[in-house]
Structure formats: structure tokens, C-alpha cells
Design a protein around this ligand. Structure first.
Ligand code: NAD
Ligand code: UDX
Length: 438
């Protein structure tokens, strides 16, 4: 099938390349020419494992092409996917300008029977607005509007797309349903569940999924804090409750708070939707508030580990991205942690395997960026592990200790074993696990 994808960001580029891998002929459009130039020359604009090879393979096979403008080239597309950004507005609501602009731009070129599919995360009812725009620009044209939220995680985006837990499509007519069935046939043939709902329900499913996962994280983080007071181990609690299949083990790793481009913005957008219709979501409201507070206060662990002050101390921060296997710094806990340390008078050295360039505009200018964890630890009074990159799980502790001024590790992702680290002579603190001070 011929498909177009508007927006070549995380979602658009990954989806476009994956649709091509499934055998479709895909045109990926982004109005940022620098991005398209980079992709065409084999430089991926994002760090996503396996993406460069996937794109190269499908470009070489002639199934994946790129463009900077929306024009007649989309007119043979059976479906046009909208995958542009929907960032938080100043008031916490989702910014829909990019979605509306993309729909207006593609409307003149759509063929009869084409399906405009919203892959961006959009507030409930956005599909209706898209329909109105299309009816205004092309009153004579019979087109369908569908919702097909994307559930991929950064860092695991390709496997999430190719082996999804489920595909959700919200439709209001049989044409959209048939086109969606055909597009996803290669995945459903391999057993991927394809769930059809009405369009508004599909839009709600995306927000409900992200808000539920955010709530799960908020809850385990709260349990972690309590574990520290009562001498219990949150990692074992996660295993113990996760074995109950009604709870599940996934998404129970306590940490410095959730970040990224989705959870914070989507939870806030859903809360605002509730406020707009006069409904209450007190649980979600607390989750958002508690997570904001957590990210702002978690740096105090380092303060406490160093006896109440970091003024004049050097702190090595390992990991800046909001999670491993990505260079994305959006809403990363490291931003708040580094800001606090800087405010309290610490000198900061930092290392991240992928996100240092993206981090620079978001962190104080005084931060010193290092080439590896050991350079980062040079002269440090404490190391804080903020993102759980795999390479931090196998640190050479003796080498680390040899270059540090004081052997202190604050592990905000629980990647190290307290026993092993303490055996090497470190003072060790983690999240929700009994340490020396528990
Ligand atoms: P992004 O900012 O990485 O990419 C959006 C792209 O759209 C940009 O490259 C931008 O230049 C382009 N664009 C904007 N307007 C355009 C237009 N009129 N024509 C052509 N290109 C245009 O965003 P993203 O992270 O891919 O997110 C896209 C949507 O998917 C959002 O609604 C987001 O909430 C949702 N989502 C994101 C993820 C994720 O992990 N990043 C996961 C699921 C859903
Ligand atoms: C999320 C959703 O998982 C995905 O389905 C959706 O499409 C986009 O938003 P993403 O933001 O890429 O994906 O990352 P995710 O792996 O969900 O992590 C989000 C945040 O939660 C990160 O800050 C991560 O560190 C944190 N997290 C996750 C934890 O603190 N503990 C966990 O156990 C899992």
C-alpha cells in the first residue's frame, strides 16, 4: 500500500521506516529541511538503536522516500498518518497547532477514500476537529478520519512497533477500518492484537495508558520512600507484588521520578481535559504533583550523603537522558538534579553515552562534560547514577574509587549491589533499599 507520514520525529520516522519494513511504500515528510537532509545522508536525527540500518535498508529497497513539503506526492496515499508534535502549552493543554496545520496542508491533495490517521497523541475529540478541517477545505471529498495512537517507547521503538502488545485504531466508518486492517495485516498475521474502537475511545486509550503507567511509577516511588523509613527493600517489594499477575512486575522500578516527552505532558493534558469538562481526577493530579516534587527534591539524597552540604564539593553525574538508550533530554530528572546541585554550590562533572549535546542547553553552563565515567569521577566527592545505562551496571569500582576524592555513590536507579559497592569501601545510598543508614 502507499502511505504518507507527516512528521519525521521519533514517532513519524520510526513508524514510517517500520511500515516500509512491512512492505508498504512510504513517503515520510518533515517541514524541517535540515532533518530530511540528515536522514537522506544516513544521519538519524535521533539516537534510536537499529534505526539507521532500518532506514538504510528500506531506502535502498525503494520503499521509503523523504520530502520536505506536503504536495501532490501524497495524492496516491491510501492513508496519511499525522505524527507531528503535540507539546504542552503554557497552560498544560496539548498544543494542536501542528496537527491542524498538517491536516490543512494535506487536505488539498487527498484522494477520495483516503484515511487521515492521527498517530500523534491528541486530546479526545481532536478527530472531530480534523474532520471539520477536511470538510472546510474539501467539502466535496469523501475521506475518513481515524485515530491510531502510538505506544512505542524510546530506546525500544522498533521492537515495540514491530511486536506490539496491541494496535488500537479508532474509526467511525468501514472504509477506515478496512484500510487499517490492510496496513497492519503483516503484524496481525503474526499475532498482534488489533483493537477497533470508536475514535474518541481510541484517543482516550492513549491518555489512559500513559496516565496509568505514570500512576504505577508514582506509587512505587512512594513505596520506595516509605521503605527507606521502615527498613524494607523496594526492589524486593516490586518482585513480591509483581508476581501477582493482576499487578505485573513491569514499571515498578523506583527511581528519581518519571520524565520523557510523553508521561508528564500527557498526564497533564488529560487532567486539563477533565478540568475543561468539569470532571475531577484527584489521583492523577496527585501523581503529577508528586512527580514534580520528587524530581526537584531527589538531589537532597546527595546532600544527605555528603553530610548536609555540597558547597565546594564536586559531584560526578552519570547519565543525563531521561532513560537509557536515548539521547532525549525532555523532562529528564537530571535537569532538576543538576540545577539543585548547582544552586547548592557544587561543581558538576557529567557523562552520558548519548545525550551530552542535547543536555548542554538544559543544564548550567558551568557543568563539565566528560568522556567516560572515570573521567567524570575525577576528584569527585560523590557519584550520582541518574540514568541506568547498562555500562553503569559494570563499573570498575576500584578504578572509580582510585580517582575520587571521597568514595560516595548515590545510585538513583538501583543498578548496583549495596553489598558489592560497600565491600569496595564506598559509602552507598540508593532508592528505597536498606543501606548503611537505613
Ligand atoms: P518530534 O518533535 O520528535 O517530531 C515531530 C516532527 O514533526 C518534527 O520533526 C517536526 O519538524 C515535524 N512537523 C511539525 N509540523 C509539521 C508539518 N506541518 N509538516 C511536516 N512536518 C511537521 O515528536 P515525537 O516525539 O515524534 O511525537 C510526535 C507525536 O507522537 C506527539 O503527539 C507525541 O506525544 C506522540 N508520541 C510520542 C512518543 C515518543 O516516544 N516520542 C511515543 C508515542 C506517542
Ligand atoms: C512512554 C510509554 O511507555 C510509551 O508506551 C509511550 O508511547 C510513550 O511514553 P517513553 O517515554 O519512551 O515511553 O519511556 P518509558 O520507558 O515509558 O519511561 C518513562 C519514564 O518512566 C522514564 O523517565 C523512566 O526512567 C521512568 N521509569 C520507567 C521508571 O522510573 N521506572 C520504571 O520501572 C519504568
Amino acid at each position: 500500500m502507499r502511505l504518507s507520514v507527516i512528521g519525521a520525529g521519533y514517532v513519524g520516522l520510526v513508524s514510517g521506516a517500520c511500515f516500509a519494513e512491512l512492505g508498504h511504500s512510504v513517503l515520510c515528510i518533515d517541514n524541517n529541511p535540515a532533518k530530511i537532509d540528515a536522514i537522506r545522508s544516513g544521519q538519524m536525527p535521533i539516537y534510536e538503536p537499529g534505526l539507521d540500518a532500518l532506514v538504510a535498508r528500506n531506502v535502498a529497497a525503494g520503499r521509503l522516500t523523504f520530502a520536505t513539503g506536503i504536495d501532490a506526492a501524497i495524492s496516491d496515499s491510501a492513508a496519511v498518518f499525522i505524527a507531528v508534535g503535540t507539546p504542552s502549552r503554557f497552560d498544560g493543554r496539548a498544543e494542536l497547532t501542528f496537527v491542524h496545520a498538517a491536516v490543512e496542508a494535506c487536505a488539498p491533495f487527498l484522494k477520495a477514500g483516503a484515511v487521515v490517521v492521527n498517530k500523534s497523541t491528541v486530546p479526545i475529540g481532536t478527530g472531530d476537529r480534523v474532520e471539520e478541517i477536511l470538510a472546510t477545505v474539501r467539502p466535496e471529498l469523501a475521506v475518513s478520519v481515524a485515530s491510531n495512537p502510538e505506544f512505542l517507547r524510546e530506546g525500544a521503538a522498533i521492537s515495540d512497533f514491530m511486536e506490539p502488545d496491541r494496535i488500537v485504531v479508532g474509526v467511525e466508518d468501514d472504509n477506515a477500518r478496512a484500510v487499517a486492517e490492510a496496513i497492519y495485516a503483516p503484524l496481525t498475521a503474526k499475532g498482534a492484537p488489533l483493537l477497533f474502537t470508536r475514535r474518541r475511545t481510541s484517543e482516550m486509550i492513549k491518555y489512559a495508558a500513559n496516565s496509568f503507567l505514570a500512576t504505577k511509577l508514582g506509587f512505587i516511588n512512594e513505596i520506595a520512600d516509605l521503605c527507606e523509613h521502615v527498613g524494607a527493600d523496594v526492589a524486593e517489594v516490586a518482585v513480591g507484588i509483581g508476581l501477582d499477575s493482576r499487578i505485573g512486575r513491569k514499571f515498578l522500578n523506583a527511581g528519581p521520578g518519571f520524565g520523557g516527552s510523553c508521561f508528564p505532558k500527557d498526564a497533564l493534558a488529560l487532567l486539563n481535559t477533565a478540568n475543561d469538562v468539569g470532571a475531577q481526577m484527584p489521583i492523577l493530579e496527585r501523581v503529577i504533583h508528586a512527580n514534580d516534587l520528587r524530581k526537584r527534591n531527589i538531589g537532597r539524597k546527595i546532600l544527605k550523603a555528603l553530610g548536609g552540604s555540597v558547597r565546594g564539593a564536586t559531584i560526578g553525574v552519570l547519565g543525563l537522558a531521561f532513560k537509557p538508550e536515548t539521547d532525549d533530554m525532555r523532562e529528564a530528572p537530571s535537569i532538576d538534579i543538576v540545577a539543585s546541585l548547582d544552586y547548592w554550590g557544587a561543581a558538576i562533572r557529567a557523562y552520558d553515552p548519548a545525550a551530552m549535546e542535547q543536555a548542554k542547553p538544559k543544564l548550567p553552563a558551568s557543568v563539565v562534560y566528560c568522556d567516560d565515567p572515570y573521567a567524570c569521577a575525577e576528584g569527585a566527592d560523590a557519584i550520582a547514577i541518574v540514568t541506568e545505562w547498562n555500562e553503569f551496571r559494570t563499573l570498575d569500582l576500584a578504578r572509580l574509587k582510585a580517582v575520587m576524592r571521597r568514595p560516595v555513590i548515590v545510585d538513583m536507579r538501583n543498578v548496583l549491589s549495596a553489598a558489592e559497592v560497600e565491600a569496595q569501601g564506598f559509602q552507598y545510598d540508593s532508592v528505597g533499599r536498606p543501606g548503611r543508614e537505613a
